[in-house]
Design a protein around this ligand. Structure first.
Ligand code: NAD
Length: 497
């Protein structure tokens, strides 16, 4: 790591990283892989190794699920106010350690430090949101039915399993486990092998502030071993998977065989539909901000920019100008605006799509390619803009990097048809000063989420989920998510019996 990043490290982060060796955390203590198999984790901004995490096998994952199951009765039967108090203490502790967790996340995931701080705060807000919401849930709801006394009784399921990707490691843990824990379930978390450190820090912190042992467990390792073992464990009561459609399909197949309910939050190829009545500079700058945010490694990003033809040239010119001036640098360098991609494989993927897109006839509006950052040998790429037919591979497939594909449209109908010309269905945005048209287009685009005059908007209370190749089985961030973590029993007595 260069001196800029090194000089910036908090002593608590240095102490945490000095372990070099990171076992999983199960039942309130370190949980070692018996085989000794490990996976190395790196700082994507410098290429430096941060340490080794353990690669748990199926027997070890099964043991972790058993430990979470053993913790379930006591946790689920805790009076609600006591469980809430523990979880709110956890939210407070995470908030107090925000700077520490953000640095760990910035180093492990290659995330700009200020953005990582935002992710940690989002975790805190999400946990507080679901604890508060759970206090309003009636466990017994009386049903008015002629001739019968009847009610619905809600209770938590048991062990809920979570598999997470590497792009928003800490924030997504918050989105995933907060409703499950608030409802009284215990959880087993499998973070991505590239970015497990913040999950392990959280598990230790939970222990420190008094979350009972076995309630929050972290099993680390490769997808094909640890992830596959967790999703095929028949004792888990619910599975939540966030990641690629390819792996999501495998996880859903496995859970289907065990009849375990599964939620899938998958990839996307979102459109931004930009009409000619926008403030061109302001809109272009916001979309430049979206495509460079976390180096474009955002599932719901606007990666297809559909621009009304009469403002196309002006729009492109502002975007090219702003993107050329984005400061690429190490995540801990306060001057950096865009960090690296997560690993060498992802770097190759992004650069490969530029080549494939051009080979299929895309025009290059901004070249992109590998970027160099003085003093660091990380996985840096430049932002790129391609243009042309939406049949192009770079317009159809998820790239997961700072690359947008631009095309022109003539009218509203054509814009909607273009936006919907995708297998995905996660999030799109419409940009116009005509709010009636905005609402019409927002409702006509086939996706779980439509945003108006903004992109990447996640207020708590608004459901966020994908359709088609972008997901199934629910979503996150709303009352519906919380209700997913209760199972329901109908109780009925014919009157007079
Ligand atoms: P990935 O599918 O490769 O991996 C996700 C997780 O699955 C990792 O923890 C991995 O170890 C695990 N895994 C891999 N193989 C497995 C197997 N056979 N069985 C069980 N688990 C396995 O995804 P990624 O590359 O880490 O993340 C990028 C993808 O995630 C993109 O497609 C992105 O759009 C998507 N994503 C979606 C959302 C959303 O909310 N919809 C949020 C973030 C990321």
């Amino acid at each position: 790591m260069s001196s800029v990043a090194q000089s910036h490290l908090l002593p608590e982060v240095e102490a945490f990283l000095s372990r070099n060796h990171f076992p999983s955390f199960v039942g309130g203590k370190d949980f070692e892989s018996r085989s000794g198999d490990t996976v190395s984790t790196f700082d994507p901004g410098s290429g430096d190794k941060l340490g080794d995490i353990h690669d748990l096998n199926a027997t070890e994952v099964d043991l972790a699920v058993d430990i979470a199951a053993a913790a379930f009765p006591a946790w689920s039967q805790l009076p609600h106010e006591k469980r809430s108090a523990i979880l709110l203490r956890l939210a407070d502790a995470v908030e107090e350690r925000k700077a520490i967790i953000a640095q760990i996340e910035a180093l492990d995931a290659g995330k700009i430090e200020a953005q990582a701080r935002g992710d940690v705060q989002n975790f805190v807000d999400t946990l507080r949101y679901f604890v508060k919401l759970s206090q309003q849930v009636e466990t017994r709801t009386k049903l008015e039915v002629a001739g019968h006394e009847a009610w619905k009784y809600r209770q938590p399921w048991g062990v809920c399993a979570f598999i997470f990707p590497w792009n928003f490691p800490f924030l997504l843990i918050g989105w995933g486990i907060s409703p499950a824990l608030a409802a009284g379930n215990t959880v087993v978390i499998k973070p991505a092998e590239d970015t497990s450190l913040s999950a392990l820090y959280l598990a230790h912190l939970a222990k420190e502030i008094g979350v009972p042992d076995g309630v929050i467990n972290v099993v680390t390792g490769r997808g094909a071993t640890t992830g596959a073992a967790l999703s095929s464990n028949a004792k888990i009561k619910r599975m939540s998977f966030t990641g690629s459609p390819e792996v999501g399909r495998m996880v859903a197949e496995t859970c289907g065989r065990n009849l375990v309910p599964v939620k899938l939050e998958l990839g996307g190829k979102g459109a931004a539909v930009i009409f000619n009545d926008v403030d061109v500079t302001d809109t272009a700058e916001k979309l430049v901000g979206a495509i460079t945010f976390h180096t474009g490694q955002v599932c719901c990003d606007a990666t297809r920019w559909l621009i009304q033809q009469d403002i196309y040239d002006e729009f492109v010119s502002v975007c090219v100008d702003r993107l050329k001036n984005v400061r690429i640098g190490h995540p801990l360098d306060p001057k950096s605006q865009m960090g690296p991609v997560v690993n060498a494989k992802q770097c190759k993927r992004v650069l490969g799509y530029l080549d494939k897109g051009k080979a299929e006839g895309a025009t290059c509006l901004l070249e992109g390619g590998p970027a160099t950052v003085d003093g660091y040998t990380g996985n840096y790429v430049k932002p790129a803009l391609l243009a042309g037919s939406l049949d192009n591979v770079a317009a159809r497939e998820e790239i997961f990097g700072p690359v947008a594909f631009l095309t022109k449209f003539a009218n509203e109908q054509e814009a909607i048809q273009m936006a919907n010309n995708t297998d995905y269905g996660l999030a799109n945005s419409v940009w116009t000063s005509d709010l009636t048209r905005a609402a019409r287009v927002a409702e006509a685009m086939t996706a779980g989420n439509s945003w108006i005059n903004a992109h990447n908007v996640f207020p708590h209370g608004v459901p966020y989920a994908g359709v088609n190749k972008s997901g199934m089985g629910g979503g996150v961030l709303s009352i519906e998510t919380l209700m997913d973590y209760y199972r329901c029993t109908s109780v009925v007595r014919p009157l007079g019996t």
